[in-house]
Design a binder for this molecule. Structure first.
Ligand code: PLP
Length: 447
């Protein structure tokens, strides 16, 4: 047996190095080596949207491996990625009909950024290369994706290696200080993008990237729909491509199949990962609108110089095609109901002295902790409030997704809950009980 100390993935972000060892997983449960059954209220990291027992995956995987295990998509094609591309085009809003396959959410965003640059070169704008992101966002760990990322905690160590791309404030109604109605505030927030495009020079800006509903950095934060309508107007006016990063929000997580459907706005590109294979294989995708894709087909003939050895891998693509078929209307409806049930069972937390905000979109719930509810002052990061809530909930048998806002005090500690859409009502009760207990327990120690 190998020495677990040699496993380099114990990066942990401050988590306990003695992670529980998991022997097996089924439905919404993780079973530890010592026989404890934990409820996976995080669905991995919002990955296992259908739970850990998706029927038919093993047969699909076996069948694919018997047929063809690997092909380079630079020179060949085959059924699995073609079928997957077709079903994503059918599922995606508007004319997001072209799909490129890579292996992770980070790579899908890298791909989108490069596609944006090449699209603009093809359309006669070779200087449009800047990507604008938002503060308190997460788009991935690779250097391009991290450059667009606005989560300062995740950026700080690698800051000297990142592009100097600008960021606009997040879509974070809880901490907005704009005047007016929710709609007016949303429009004011969106106009920060217009200001930044003008400051940078529109002739240099290639794309704006945003999580439609924020994920790991400020979980479940989302604006009034007027925000994305205004973003769409601004992007059209300045010839800036709008990339919706749906790596976490895709596949029913926030209610509809894709979070942009909540806002009725079609982006120019959409990046997908996580729930695309439900965790059964590494695969991600960049979906592109017809008019953008057409520039590659009808353009100068200069090839799009980008690819990954395992992009569109037959095994991953076949599994993903099977998994995507399982996101039926009934499954999405169950996810919405379980999300509603969970927020209503957590209702008492809305008045809790250390809770500033409880927000949700479908089956994505964010609980933000504050030292002072009136001033919304975050806790001192050294108190590790999010980790302590996480630890206590885990002791009670519930796995959650903790996070801290930032090193610069823009946001508070928080806990994200993203259970499988298929979780049972009984397990939702277990999750709510454990989280309430954990918050009360930690509140006693920080009061
Ligand atoms: N984009 C979003 C919104 C994410 O939440 C994540 C990961 O959590 C990523 C991109 C990066 O995906 P990956 O970890 O698969 O590279």
């Amino acid at each position: 047996m190998g020495n677990p100390e040699h496993l380099f993935y114990k990066w942990g972000g401050g988590m306990d190095p003695d992670f529980p060892r998991i022997r097996r997983a089924y439905d919404e449960f993780l079973v530890t080596e010592d026989g404890r059954e934990l409820v996976d209220a995080a669905a991995g990291a919002a990955v296992v949207n259908l739970g850990h027992s998706v029927p038919g995956v093993a047969d699909v995987a076996g069948g694919q491996l018997d047929e063809v295990s690997y092909l380079s998509l630079s020179h060949f094609s085959h059924d699995a990625p073609e079928e997957l591309a077709e079903s994503l085009a059918t599922a995606a809003p508007g004319d997001l009909n072209a799909a490129f396959f890579v292996n992770s959410g980070s790579e899908a965003n890298e791909m989108a950024f490069k596609l944006a640059r090449t699209y603009h070169r093809e359309t006669g704008n070779p200087h449009k290369n800047t990507i604008i992101g938002r503060w308190q966002s997460y788009h991935g760990a690779t250097l391009g994706a991290l450059s667009a990322t606005g989560n300062t905690t995740r950026r700080s160590e690698y800051e000297p290696m990142l592009h100097g791309w600008p960021h606009v404030p997040p879509a974070y109604p809880y901490r907005w200080s704009y005047d007016g109605t929710r709609e007016e505030q949303a429009i004011a927030a969106a106009r920060e993008l217009e200001t930044t495009i003008k400051q940078e020079g529109p002739e240099t800006v290639a794309a704006f990237v945003a999580e439609p509903v924020s994920g790991a950095s400020i979980p479940a934060a989302h604006p009034h729909p007027a925000y994305y309508e205004e973003i769409r107007r601004i992007c059209d006016e300045y010839d800036v491509l709008f990339i919706a990063d749906e790596v976490m929000t895709g596949f029913g997580r926030t209610g509809p199949m894709f979070a942009m459907e909540r806002f009725d706005v079609v982006p120019d590109m959409m990046t997908l990962g996580k729930g695309l294979s439900g965790g059964y294989a590494p695969i991600s995708a960049t979906l592109v609108r017809d008019d953008v894709a057409a520039e590659f087909e009808n353009g100068s003939g200069q090839s799009f110089a980008h690819g990954h050895t395992f992009g569109g891998n037959p095994l991953s693509a076949a599994i993903a095609a099977h998994v995507v078929d399982q996101y039926t209307d009934a499954v999405l409806e169950t996810g919405r109901q379980r999300g509603e049930q969970l927020v209503s069972e957590l209702a008492s937390l809305r008045e809790h002295p250390i809770v500033g905000d409880v927000r949700h979109a479908g089956a994505m719930i964010g609980i933000e902790f504050v030292a002072d509810r009136d001033t919304k002052t975050p806790f001192d990061p050294d108190l590790n409030v999010n980790k302590r809530v996480y630890d206590r909930a885990l002791e009670q048998g519930v796995y959650t997704y903790p996070g801290s806002g930032s090193v610069d005090g823009i946001a508070g500690d928080h806990l994200m809950l993203t259970p499988p859409l298929t979780i049972s009502e009984e397990s939702i009760e277990r999750v709510a009980d454990a989280v309430i207990d954990a918050v009360e327990h930690v509140a006693e120690t920080v009061a």
